[in-house]
Design a protein around this ligand. Structure first.
Ligand SMILES: NC(=O)C1=CN([C@@H]2O[C@H](COP(=O)(O)OP(=O)(O)OC[C@H]3O[C@@H](n4cnc5c(N)ncnc54)[C@H](O)[C@@H]3O)[C@@H](O)[C@H]2O)C=CC1
Ligand SMILES: NCC(=O)COP(=O)(O)O
Length: 321
């Protein structure tokens, strides 16, 4: 039996997402994908990038030949203007995500790979939106989605995702941290086939709180949770000072759990920008994404590096099989 294709959402039409889909059409993966996007926009970007592209509309005659993409057509209320996202298109983009999720849940798609969205513009349209991670969790009734970025052997998970830094300390309660660690531990086993994953947990404060002199959360919240998980049999240690947790001094880790977005992701992107993959753990569906944003400055230029999108597709195919 042929495996179900992956759904790929092109993301913000004014950004590089459509360009990345055109790039995917040039690869051997193309026949394993169904792209949710505006076909006219894909054709325009292909022309601008001087790349071949033929489009087969999903449900109609099957496509054939080189550089062929199967597309679920998305009709944007306003034509995409490169570099200038339009809030009027926001609802259509979210509808595309819902179509993809429904398809994953019904078995029509084997997983979802998302192109980058301009989060601010969705909010400008009056729709509260912090990211795919939270939105997909809502659509699938997932209580604790966990953001994990993967670059080669480095895996960095986040205990909190898209929120102002000022809200992070209060957000990281013992209960939430325990839930994040359980999802991370389980998905490292089931999605990454690591039988006994080794997890390193970062502190929140400089020097993991310096014995309580630089903040109390490390000692009062993080340490008890780590000890609890150790008692449960997990191979986990911390809280480690975050400035050394990622270095060889931090020891081997199958995943490092950072407490907040900009504690973990700069390290990951420094190590692997351009081929790293964002994976949402805890969901009942496979979802991967690029390691970068909409790069509005590069849309249609042909200079967007498709490496992360290719890696996201490869990992999703691997996880879905
Ligand atoms: N998965 C998603 O939907 C994500 C969305 N975003 C959103 O993207 C928007 C823009 O975010 P920024 O912080 O400006 O980050 P960005 O990643 O879009 O751009 C940062 C810099 O990296 C460059 N860059 C990004 N991707 C590239 C690629 N594939 N090839 C070559 N150069 C590339 C850009 O040209 C820019 O100079 C924001 O609204 C943010 O929320 C950001 C990350 C992930
Ligand atoms: N910096 C990572 C990021 O913003 C990913 O967001 P999303 O996958 O939740 O949309």
């Amino acid at each position: 039996m042929t495996a179900a294709p992956l759904a790929v959402t092109a993301g913000e039409p004014a950004g590089i997402g459509p360009d990345l889909c055109v790039a995917l059409a040039q690869t051997p993966f193309a026949s394993k994908l169904v792209v949710i996007a505006d076909p006219a926009l894909l054709a325009e970007r292909a022309r601008m990038m001087h790349l071949p592209l033929s489009i087969a509309i999903a449900g109609e005659a099957a496509g054939s030949g080189d550089a062929c993409l199967t597309v679920v057509p998305q009709s944007l209320p306003n034509p995409a203007a490169r570099g200038t996202p339009d809030p009027a298109n926001a609802r259509t983009l979210l509808a595309g995500l819902r179509t993809a999720v429904e398809g994953c849940q019904s078995g029509r798609y084997s997983g979802l790979v998302t192109g980058p969205l301009q989060k601010s513009v969705i909010n400008d349209a009056g729709i509260p939106f912090s990211g795919h991670t939270e939105y997909l969790a809502e659509l699938t009734n997932t209580p604790m989605p966990v953001m994990l970025l993967v670059a080669d052997k480095l895996r960095v998970a986040l205990a909190s995702t898209h929120m102002p830094l000022s809200q992070v300390p209060a957000y990281i309660t013992g209960e939430r941290l325990l839930a994040v660690i359980r999802v991370l531990h389980k998905d490292l086993q089931t999605r990454f086939q690591i039988a006994n994953p080794e997890i390193v947990v970062c502190g929140l404060n400089p020097h993991a709180g310096e014995g309580g002199h630089l903040g109390h959360e490390d000692r009062d919240v993080i340490l008890p949770v780590v000890q609890h998980c150790q008692t449960d049999g997990m191979n986990i240690r911390g809280p480690l000072p975050a400035d050394t947790a990622f270095t060889p001094a931090g020891g081997h880790a199958d995943a490092v759990l950072a407490m907040f977005h900009d504690q973990g992701l700069p390290v990951l992107k420094y190590a692997g920008f351009g081929h790293a993959v964002n994976v949402t753990l805890g969901l009942p569906i496979v979802r991967t994404s690029v390691d970068h944003g909409t790069a509005l400055d590069l849309a249609g230029s042909g200079r967007a590096d498709p490496g992360s999108m290719l890696a996201a597709v490869e990992l999703a195919l691997h996880m879905a099989c």
